[in-house]
Design a binder for this molecule. Sequence first.
Ligand code: 6GU
Length: 224
Amino acid sequence: MKIDIITVLPELLQSPFAHSILKRAREKGLLEVNVVNLRDHTLYARAQVDDYAFGGGAGMVMMVEPLVQAIESLQQTTRYDEVIYLTPDGETFNQKMANSLSLKNNLLLICGHYKGIDQRVRDHFITREISIGDYVLSGGELAAAVLTDAIGRLIPGVLNDETSALTDSFQDNLLAPPVYTRPEEFRGWKVPDILLSGNHKRIEEWRQEEAVKRTAERRPDLLE
Ligand code: 6GU
């Protein structure tokens, strides 16, 4: 899969994909992340990419021309399955969306800033608008990093048995159960006996019960 990201802050998107699972996915050739600087596409003096909103009011708007130029130049070499605008007024991102996006070949993510992007870009180029939750970030970059991470780790072949997504929270609408590792006892705090029993069937039952209990306590909405 290839994920292209258009941003005015490319520096912000260097580190998030350079470690751990996403790094391995890129090294294995399963994921390519290509960060595109919008300012390389502007026709205006001093690489201007934003301007005052028509009708007045506080805040700048990202201009239609640099964005369209960047999008169309990328579309010359790539056919995108989705052109996604990251925006707080988009559809709220969840695991189900991550699962389905992880099966696509090419995604284009567009990071907004200031008061957002000119509506004409949304009307004519964007196929999907996604938010990562009900709070406001200063730009779409961190949201793009969140999407890329959640999607990238699900690309077939990225995770191995040990990191399998099948036992993730949300994958079956349940939160993950508690986990423990060595030592068996620390300051008198013991690991539940069942986990040391070697009885895999009972351990699985315990994990399922704990997952349901935890979900009922913390996220009863998921059980409905
Ligand atoms: Cl996608 N962008 C911004 N700027 N803020 C957000 C968001 C996106 N999702 C939640 N808050």
